[in-house]
Write a protein that binds this ligand. Structure first.
Ligand code: MN
Length: 379
């Protein structure tokens, strides 16, 4: 397979600087959205794509062994470099960046992702997200505290739970996605997804004739919708390798000039292989999500009720499909009913979430203080 690429970026209508960076080189593609005052954001996102480009070197699409490992080590190196430079230079303090990177392999692409930039796959006219946002609102949606619709307009929707350069260690989501000629892939910063909804993005991805046109039209749509943020897109079309010439069927929709209108619900060609590939992709995505979810759940904390008493839990209070995602770390002697009778703690039953063990213990201390109980600091 070969990839045809188009890429665009725009500062938008509100921001003074464009802190997004992108990479659209030979077989290595990425979008990075920088954060941090002064020039920090620009510096961080540029370091990320430069280190990625350098780290991946020339990727041979014919032999893709070891690519996921190289991709991961490049991103870890970028994290370390940004973190170190942010510590060393007061002007760059607090800088960080998202990264959503894609490397072409043999009939597949490799993804690595941190933050709230996104990757999508358009196949058979259907647009699917390949990444999960590392944001506070996404966490709240998965905990059942917000609906997707509420999250989309939440004032704190851009608060990240993970970004490169903020800590000396970083957890990177990785996935492998099988691709086939006719697929169209998108990498984008939140300047697109914050301004244009899923259907809007899908429409442009379906209609645009070539990747550069798709990329330009997506950026234009985001700017037209208000351009509240920098917006960056990289669009990739999966095409048959040039030699030997295809003997079976050419995919007319993608290779034809854009005059051809796109028919919704057109009969899919090669029904079985497509469907099998779809299932393969779905399984790969689910596996990636579960892997990420397990690691994520293990780092969450909340205060809830165990055996009638207030208790400290590791995990999340939700029980999707009846699966318990938490373990009791410490059961206090505070009767839960007493605490829940106080206004701030009336939702104790459902679990009060915390960002860390420390924060969860602070909540426990607060409950003790509110009940006039002594804090067992010397216990
Ligand atoms: Mn942004």
């Amino acid at each position: 397979m070969n990839l045809k690429v188009g890429a665009s970026t725009d500062v938008g209508l509100v921001r003074e600087h464009n802190e997004d960076s992108y990479l659209a080189g030979a077989n290595v593609y990425a979008v990075a959205d920088g954060l941090g005052g002064h020039q920090g954001g620009e510096v961080a996102s540029r370091i990320a794509v430069e280190i990625l480009e350098h780290g991946m070197g020339t990727v041979d699409g014919g032999d893709d062994t070891g690519v996921p490992e190289r991709l991961l080590s490049s991103i870890l190196a970028a994290n370390e470099d940004i973190f170190r430079k942010a510590e060393a230079d007061p002007k760059l303090q607090g800088m960080g960046t998202t990264i959503t990177a894609m490397v072409a392999g043999r009939g597949r692409v490799f993804l690595a992702h941190v933050g709230d930039s996104r990757a999508y796959l358009l196949r058979d006219g259907e647009l699917r997200a390949l990444t999960e946002d590392h944001t506070l609102v996404h966490r709240m949606v998965s905990e059942g505290q917000l609906t997707e619709d509420e999250a989309a307009i939440h004032p704190q929707r851009s608060i990240l739970t993970r970004a490169l350069g903020i800590e000396d260690e970083i957890e990177v989501d990785q996935a492998t996605v099988e691709v086939t000629a006719g697929d169209r892939l998108l990498l984008c910063s939140d300047g697109l997804t914050g301004m244009v909804d899923h259907d809007g993005i899908a429409g442009i991805m379906r209609e645009a004739g070539d990747p550069q046109e798709a990329s330009d039209r997506l950026v234009h749509a985001a700017v037209k919708a208000g351009g509240a943020d920098n917006v960056t897109t990289v669009v990739l079309d999966v095409v048959e390798a040039e030699a030997p010439p295809p003997t079976v069927e050419v995919t007319p929709e993608r290779s034809a000039p854009r005059a051809a209108p796109v028919r919704e619900g057109a009969p899919p060609r090669r029904r079985w292989p497509r469907r099998l590939l779809k299932i393969g992709v779905a399984l790969a995505v689910i596996a990636g999500l579960l892997f990420g979810a397990k690691a994520y759940v293990d780092r969450q904390w909340f205060v809830g009720v165990e055996g009638g008493n207030v208790a400290l839990f590791r995990g999340i209070p939700a029980t999707p499909l009846g699966i318990d995602l938490s373990t009791v770390v410490e059961r206090t002697t505070i009767p839960a009913a007493q605490a829940a009778a106080l206004e701030p703690w009336r939702d104790l039953d459902e679990g009060i979430t915390a960002g860390s063990e420390e924060e969860a213990r602070e909540i426990l201390d607060q409950i003790r203080a509110d009940l006039g109980a002594p804090s067992p600091t010397a216990a």
